[in-house]
Ligand binder design. Structure first.
Ligand code: ZN
Length: 492
């Protein structure tokens, strides 16, 4: 599968520059705020009438597209779908007013998560590695949602106005540096000169952190999780800080003190206990990320097998991880044997069936893979991972027109997902729909922060459209939208 990180290094630097320019532009007109977790910009306080809620939303999304252009992201429909479902279920019991959220899954083994104005929720793959249970994962997400619901960005406003420009540059550089693994010396230098600004900002945010802990904890319990998971997660974070020379980014912005742990422990004990701690589904998603960050499929298989043996074969996530690792390592027959009991026990499980479909594909049996996916789609017709898998199988079977139908439907359901538009462009190309290729690429580039390329693609689409009035009108509407997007960034 492709991923949006297939961008050349030079693009990264261009994107960094554009990102920094955006940050500076924003900071002149609107008092910027930053949330400590990832030092993100806040794009204004709606209550101060400097910027409307709509503008804040638009700016948040514009910022997200810049971020996507600058950091490697993971195109894993199962993981993305899990995060979205998980966060939306937490939102149900939260105090969040504006529930239009956008998600980004960053391809990094470092523990981090963040929430930014405009409802942008970011998760590093590394959060799965370091949160041992679903409740621990939920405790981090509930904390982040509390930052959003309490409008901490806006409330930090006055305190940070004094040092807005260094903060803004620091924050974007920091985000990109963390995500890029610190490989770029120029960015590293920039980030280090701004370290003092971040230090200052951290001091201001301590109160917000405390509030996010308390409100997040209540949300965690209301959502049906065991509230003890939050102090447990903090203790794990504290341990990581003690044993690691370079503590994870999240810890830098979320210092875990003994008083913070005991405060949340005391509060958790006053709440109702006995909530959910974990799920097989979460452990399967963890296995996906673990496999990705293991040195080789062979090594991953070894570890999953040890775990499975420890549980005498009765550990669904270990079995699932082992089957994935064996598939990746080309040991298909063995993988079939490992997966079989899981398939029998969890006939309707999407992740397990997609693992089986992947095996079918690798063994050259596209018909069986398609039949498997179709059977589940009858029950879950709008499921994102299933629809994408179906498009992928049809593409492999060279049934391009059918594949296009599936991906077009998915793109209309997920019109803000650059990964889906990327695949749509590929499929439309093979289906011979050239205008469709250009419009899909335009959507992809808009969402990935490259407005110039998006404009170019729309021009090409318009040229091809000729006298087709309906098509031209549709393309023109997107061109106008693009101009609007530029104005949001430039006119501030
Ligand atoms: Zn926080």
């Amino acid at each position: 599968m492709h991923s949006t990180n297939a961008l050349p290094i030079k693009r990264l630097n261009a994107a960094v520059l554009r990102g920094l320019m955006l940050a500076l532009v924003v900071s002149v007109a609107a008092p910027p705020l930053a949330h400590a977790d990832y030092n993100l910009p806040s794009l204004g306080d709606t209550s101060s009438s400097i910027m409307s809620a709509r503008q804040e939303h638009q700016l948040g999304r514009a910022w997200l597209s810049m971020l996507r252009g600058a950091v490697p992201t993971m195109d894993d429909p199962l993981l993305k779908d899990f995060i979205e479902g998980h966060v939306y279920s937490l939102v149900e019991t939260s105090q969040l007013a504006d529930r239009r959220l956008a998600f980004v899954l960053i391809d990094s083994p470092e523990l981090n998560a963040f929430a930014a104005p405009g409802g942008v929720v970011g998760v590093n793959g590394g959060l799965f590695l370091n949160a041992y249970t679903e409740a621990e994962f939920a405790s981090v997400m509930a904390h982040e949602l509390a930052h959003l619901s309490q409008r901490h960005f806006a409330r930090n406003l006055e305190q940070q106005e004094r040092m807005r420009i260094p903060m803004m540059t620091a924050m974007l550089a920091g985000v990109i540096l963390a995500a890029a693994g610190g490989g770029d010396a120029g960015i590293a230098a920039l980030a280090s000169t701004q370290a003092a600004a971040i230090q200052e900002q951290r001091r201001f945010s301590r109160q917000n952190e405390q509030e996010a802990d308390r409100i997040g904890l209540i949300n965690l319990e209301r959502a049906g999780y065991d509230p003890e998971a939050m102090p447990d997660m903090f203790e794990r974070l504290a341990q990581m800080g003690r044993f690691n020379r370079t503590p994870p980014e999240f810890l830098l912005t979320h210092p875990v003190t003994q008083s913070r742990i005991s405060d949340s422990r005391n509060r958790a004990e006053q709440l109702k206990n006995g909530g959910q701690r974990d799920s097989v589904e979460y452990q399967m998603m963890r296995a996906r990320v673990q496999l990705r960050h293991e040195q080789s499929p062979g090594l991953a298989a070894q570890r999953f097998r040890i775990l499975l043996d420890e549980h005498e074969g009765d550990h669904a996530a270990a079995r699932y991880g082992l089957a994935l690792a064996l598939t990746l390592g080309g040991q298909h027959d063995e993988a079939v044997g490992v997966l079989e009991p899981l398939l029998a026990a969890q006939q309707g499980n999407v992740a397990v069936n997609l693992a089986a479909a992947e095996l079918d594909i690798n063994r050259g049996d596209l018909d069986q893979a398609l039949a498997r996916v179709d059977r589940l789609l009858q029950v879950n017709p709008d499921n994102y991972p299933l629809q994408e898998a179906k498009a992928d199988i049809l593409l492999r079977a060279r049934r391009y027109a059918d594949a296009e139908q599936v991906i077009n439907r998915l793109a209309s359901q997920r019109d803000s997902d650059p990964d889906v538009w990327y695949l749509a462009a590929e499929i439309r190309g093979l289906a011979g729909n050239i205008i469709g290729v250009h419009t899909a690429r335009a959507e992809y580039f808009m969402l990935a922060g490259d407005l110039d390329q998006a404009a170019e693609q729309l021009d090409l689409a318009a040229m091809r459209a000729g006298d087709d009035y309906v098509r031209r009108a549709r393309i023109q509407a997107r061109q106008e939208y693009l101009i609007e997007q530029r104005a949001i960034i430039e006119n501030l």
